[in-house]
Design a protein around this ligand. Structure first.
Ligand code: SAH
Length: 352
């Protein structure tokens, strides 16, 4: 019999299941803390449970299925970025990134295996969409960093859902995972230190506005004219960007946090002055910040990263028009840390 995976269960779910197993309700809180606060990966180490209870749980559940295998790890030359390809129980793989900043660690987690959005510059969709990740699999990515990789006592303090996949198309599992990371008997990470990035799925943004957490919202805009955005991001046909900006503004009014608009700069494609003008117009008067991302070239996709002076010109143009703007600090370029690149290169080698 395959055991049930316990990572990903909420406290309430554990309580119900433990009662059904004949355990006392308060045992659920003990196990919950062992798993989510202390990072236990065996029932054996849960010393405040009796031997009998431990073996009952051991026979019923697995923790992390033992199935999340580390297939590959890469460190950038400066040692500040660490990228891992995790193998899941069904043979799928997913990539996840840890970054060391001066304020601490942040983790960039994936939400799906592959991606269906087909943005022209992104490696995540190169091999199509495979499936959604479960809440446990999203948490497992953080677990690997907190409990395997980092020295004892050091923890990730910021979470960005900017790895592979479109989180708004797997919103229930993404939010379930973030709620567990946020839980005061778990990791206790504040929602304000979490960011979900979307290519612009309007119903997902609206659902988040209804649910009302203070999670930060990032929107991948990348173009501010219909024609160009249609070309770069097919999702623009379904949710045209002015509707996305409106939905994001409603979200910003709900949580009082500036929306971040990501804008990847592709040389000669969306980095011209007319592009900057369209962007400044689209965002004028909005509570937001634009994060410019000089493109990470993906060999299969055939585009270039602009020269630094072109990045600066674009940046200065927006500044002059009173748009808050930053240029993304690039990390891990030497280890293919752009979304989906690691998994795509592994799949390519397997096919070769
Ligand atoms: N699907 C979500 C989250 C994943 S992508 C979204 O679209 O926001 C995270 C960010 O990395 C997005 O802004 C995406 O457009 C960007 N990105 C994708 N490919 C890139 C590349 N080759 N170079 C730089 N950024 C890239």
């Amino acid at each position: 019999m395959t055991k049930k995976e316990i990572l990903g269960l909420t406290l309430e779910q554990m309580q119900d299941e433990f009662l059904a197993l004949g355990l006392k309700k308060f045992r659920a809180e003990q196990v919950f803390r062992w798993i989510y606060e202390k990072g236990a990966t065996t029932f054996e180490e849960m010393t405040n449970l009796s031997k009998e209870n431990r073996s009952l749980l051991e026979g019923t559940y697995s923790i992390l299925s033992g199935a999340v295998k580390v297939l590959r790890t890469y460190d950038s030359a400066d040692r500040l970025t660490h990228k891992v390809l995790l193998g899941l129980s069904d043979g799928a793989s997913v990539e996840t990134v840890l970054m060391h900043h001066d304020y601490g660690y942040s983790a960039c987690l994936s939400s799906q295996v592959g991606c269906a959005m087909n943005c022209t510059f992104c490696a995540s969709g190169l091999h199509g969409f495979m499936r959604n990740l479960t809440a446990g699999e999203i948490l497992a990515q953080l677990y690997y960093f907190d409990h395997v990789l980092l020295p004892k006592g050091e923890r990730v303090s910021r979470i960005v859902i900017m790895g592979s996949g479109e989180p708004m198309l797997n919103l229930d599992n993404v939010l379930a995972a973030l709620d567990l990371m946020h839980h005061d008997k778990g990791q206790c990470i504040s929602y304000r230190n979490m960011t979900i990035s979307t290519c612009g799925i309007v119903p997902g943004i609206e659902e988040m506005t209804r649910q009302g957490r203070t999670i930060n919202l990032a929107v991948s805009l990348h173009a501010a004219t219909g024609a160009l955005r249609d070309r770069l991001m097919p999702i623009n046909g379904k949710y045209p960007f002015p509707e996305v900006i409106d939905a994001a503004s409603r979200y910003e009014k709900m949580n009082g946090r500036q929306v971040m608009y990501e804008y990847i700069l592709l040389a000669g494609i969306n980095d011209r002055e007319e592009d900057a003008r369209a962007l400044a117009e689209a965002l004028s008067g909005k509570e937001c910040v634009v994060n410019l991302i000089p493109a990470n070239p993906v060999p299969e996709k055939g585009f270039r990263r602009p020269e630094d002076r072109d990045v600066d010109r674009f940046f200065q143009y927006l500044k002059k028009r009173h748009i808050n703007v930053t240029v993304r600090k690039e990390m891990g370029k030497d280890i293919n840390a752009a979304c989906g690149q690691l998994r795509a290169s592994q799949l390519k080698e397997e096919q070769a």
